[in-house]
Design a protein around this ligand. Structure first.
Ligand code: KIV
Length: 304
């Protein structure tokens, strides 16, 4: 019985592999109730999503910001359902613990309730998303209600909603006047009433975000909305220092990965040109007799 595999019983891990819990709309709600801040980061590809998931981030957002950071568009408006499904599927294949939220791109939910439900369903069926996110307040409540009725959790998005960039006349902080702030509070209550499981608050004054957070029973996830929210979300390229040019005031650079990449790529260029790369340890060997035979056959200078 020497070769018989010894079976060992793994201790049950209620939180899933590597001690990480499976995050859901319910666990995010529990985090709000217990005051445990929710962490959300964007991801758009398998490799990055795997790292983010393994770090234990609660939720991964496949944001339509991919139009800018992955595809080089000026804003999110050209992003299609096909783009979103493609990237959502890559992230879903990587993430084992995070709650996967996929953005509904511009014009995928605005035209009709039916289209909104159909496209939300595609992000779940074809992309593997756990929830969808869409922008707007009272005007999208019928969409939220219908999508939730189709058993797809919805994350709402209020404030500086990027798909309305042409209405706002640029990426401008929202809710600064009394009327606009009141409107945002009313919108937040409406989307909650419609069944949203969480709401992203983007580009609004911190004190206003705090009022909204206190008024809602669902979690608020802020980006440029101060630390009074129930959680935070950032675009990973921004927070890791991969983006160049203008960065918004609310972005904190937690690392300078762009610099590390530049250094590595420059070293690769230099070592390839000098012949230092590849070295012996990066090279596959062949039997000397065989190579000497080949050299003879093909009239090359013999190996010494
Ligand atoms: O598209 C996105 O990445 C987003 C976040 C900025 C919240 O919507």
């Amino acid at each position: 019985m020497e070769n018989q595999t010894k079976l060992t019983v793994q201790p049950e891990n209620k939180q899933g592999g590597k001690g990480l819990r499976k995050n859901t709309a319910t666990t995010l709600m529990q985090q709000k109730q217990s005051g445990d801040k929710i962490t959300m980061l964007t991801a758009y590809d398998y490799t990055t999503a795997k790292i983010i998931d393994e770090c234990g981030v609660n939720s991964i957002l496949i944001g339509d910001s991919l139009g800018m950071v992955m595809m080089g568009y000026e804003n999110t408006l050209p992003v299609t359902m096909e783009d979103m499904i493609h990237h959502t599927a890559a992230v879903s294949r990587a993430a084992e613990h995070a709650f996967i939220v996929a953005d509904m791109p511009f014009m995928s939910y605005q035209v009709s309730v039916e289209e909104a439900v159909f496209n939300a369903g595609r992000l779940v069926k074809e992309g593997g998303a756990h929830a969808v996110k869409l922008e707007g307040g009272a005007q999208v409540c019928d969409r939220i209600r219908a999508i939730v009725n189709a058993a797809v959790p919805v994350v709402a998005h209020l404030g500086l909603t990027p798909q309305s960039v042409n209405v706002f006349g640029g990426f401008k902080v929202q809710g600064k006047s009394f009327d606009k702030a009141k409107q945002l509070i009313e919108d937040a209550l409406s989307i909650q009433q419609a069944g949203a499981c969480a709401v992203v608050l983007e580009g609004i004054p911190a004190e206003l975000a705090k009022i909204i957070t206190n008024k809602l029973s669902i979690p608020t996830i802020g980006i440029g909305a101060g630390n009074g929210c129930d959680g935070q979300v950032l675009v990973y390229q921004d927070m890791l220092g991969l983006t160049t040019g203008h960065t918004a005031k609310f972005v904190k650079r937690f690392a300078n990965v762009g610099e590390v990449m530049r250094q590595g790529i420059n070293d690769y260029i230099n070592e390839t040109k000098s012949g230092d790369f590849p070295a012996a340890e990066h090279t596959y060997a062949i039997d000397d007799d065989i190579i000497n035979q080949l050299i003879k056959e093909y009239d090359q200078v013999e190996n010494s």
